[in-house]
Design a protein around this ligand. Structure first.
Ligand SMILES: C[S@@+](CC[C@H](N)C(=O)[O-])C[C@H]1O[C@@H](n2cnc3c(N)ncnc32)[C@H](O)[C@@H]1O
Length: 280
C-alpha cells in the first residue's frame, strides 16, 4: 500500500534540483531536430496546487521554489526551468508547481513522445486526466521499476528516462539500480536520471557501490545537502545520478549547484558536489 503523495512535497528544494537538472538535460537533447522520447517511471500526478491543503500543511515550497522563482540574479543555466514555473503562475503569485511530466510536456515538440508510469491509485487517474487530450502522451498504471524495461528502447532511440521513486520502501534503492541496469542493457544510449534522498550516508554509499557494480560507464553524480549528514530532522539533501549526461551537463551543474546551495542553505549547512562516479 503506497502512502507517499508528492503534493505534500512539491516545489521543495529536492524538486528544484531534480527539475533544474532534468530541464538542462532535456534542453540539450532538444538542440537536435530528431524526435525524442521521455520516460517517467514514477510520474506523480502532474501539476501541484501550492495553495492546496497538503502543500500548506508542510510548507516545503517556501524553502525551495519560493526562494527562487522571482529572482533575476540567476545563473543562465537555471533560466529555462524558472521560465516554465513562471509561465504556470502568470499572476505574480506562486500557486501552481509543474511536476516532472508537466515540466517536460511544456517543452515537447510535435514529434516527441512521453511515456508516464504511476502506481498509486489516487495519483494515476489525476495524471491520466491531465494528458487525455494529447496523443503524444501515454499514461500507464504500472510499477515503474518493471515498466521501464518494457518500454525501452523507444522507437526514437533517443531520449531521457527519469527514475524518481518515493523511497517509501528501502528496497527502492536496489530496485532503482536493477531497473536502470535492465533498461540500459536494451538501450545503452539513453540518458538516465535517478533521484535519490540523502537520509543516511550509508545508503548513498551503498547506492554508489551498486551503480559501480553494474559496469555502466559515464555516470555523473550531483548532490546538494541543506543540512549536515547527521541531522535527524528528515531529508538532509538529495542527489541526481545521470547516466550518459549530455555534453557539458557536468560543467553546467558545477556552476549551478554552488549557487543553488547558497540560496537554499544560506547559513552554509550541508554542501554540494558534482563528480564522475564512473567516467568513460
Ligand atoms: C517522488 S514522487 C514523483 C514526483 C514526480 N516524478 C515529479 O518530479 O514531479 C514518486 C511517485 O511514485 C509513485 N510510486 C511509488 N512506487 C511506485 C512504483 N513502484 N511504480 C510507479 N510509481 C510508484 C508514488 O505514488 C509517487 O507519485
Amino acid at each position: 500500500m503506497l502512502s507517499y503523495r508528492h503534493a505534500f512535497h512539491a516545489g521543495n528544494f529536492a524538486d528544484v534540483i531534480k527539475h533544474a537538472t532534468l530541464t538542462l538535460a532535456l534542453q540539450s537533447l532538444l538542440k537536435k531536430a530528431a524526435p525524442l522520447c521521455y520516460l517517467d517511471t514514477h510520474a506523480g500526478s502532474g501539476t501541484y496546487d501550492l495553495h492546496g491543503a497538503p502543500a500548506r500543511k508542510t510548507g516545503e515550497a517556501r524553502d525551495g521554489i519560493q526562494r527562487l522563482w522571482q529572482r533575476t540574479d540567476i545563473p543562465e543555466t537555471l533560466a529555462p526551468y524558472l521560465d516554465i514555473v513562471r509561465a504556470f503562475n502568470a499572476d505574480k503569485e506562486l500557486r501552481y508547481y509543474p511536476g516532472s511530466p508537466r515540466l517536460v510536456h511544456s517543452q515537447l515538440r510535435a514529434n516527441d513522445r512521453m511515456v508516464l508510469m504511476e502506481l498509486h491509485t489516487t495519483e494515476y487517474p489525476l495524471l491520466k486526466q491531465e494528458f487525455t487530450a494529447d496523443a503524444r502522451v501515454a499514461v500507464h498504471h504500472v510499477n515503474g521499476f518493471e515498466g521501464l524495461k518494457a518500454f525501452v528502447p523507444p522507437k526514437e532511440r533517443r531520449g531521457i528516462a527519469l527514475v524518481d521513486p518515493s523511497y517509501e520502501i528501502k528496497t527502492d534503492f536496489d530496485n532503482a539500480v536493477a531497473a536502470i541496469h535492465a533498461a540500459y542493457e536494451r538501450w545503452a544510449t539513453g540518458v538516465y536520471l535517478l533521484w535519490y534522498p540523502v537520509l543516511e550516508r550509508t545508503l548513498v554509499n551503498r547506492l554508489e557501490r551498486r551503480l559501480h557494480e553494474t559496469g555502466i560507464k559515464k555516470i555523473l553524480l550531483a548532490e546538494l545537502c541543506v543540512r549536515a549528514d547527521d541531522s535527524a530532522t528528515g531529508l538532509n539533501g538529495c542527489g541526481m545520478v545521470v547516466i550518459n549526461p549530455p555534453w557539458q551537463l557536468d560543467e553546467q551543474l558545477k556552476t549551478l549547484l554552488p549557487w543553488l546551495h547558497q540560496v537554499l542553505a544560506p547559513k552554509g549547512a550541508g554542501g554540494q558536489r558534482v563528480e564522475w562516479l564512473v567516467h568513460e
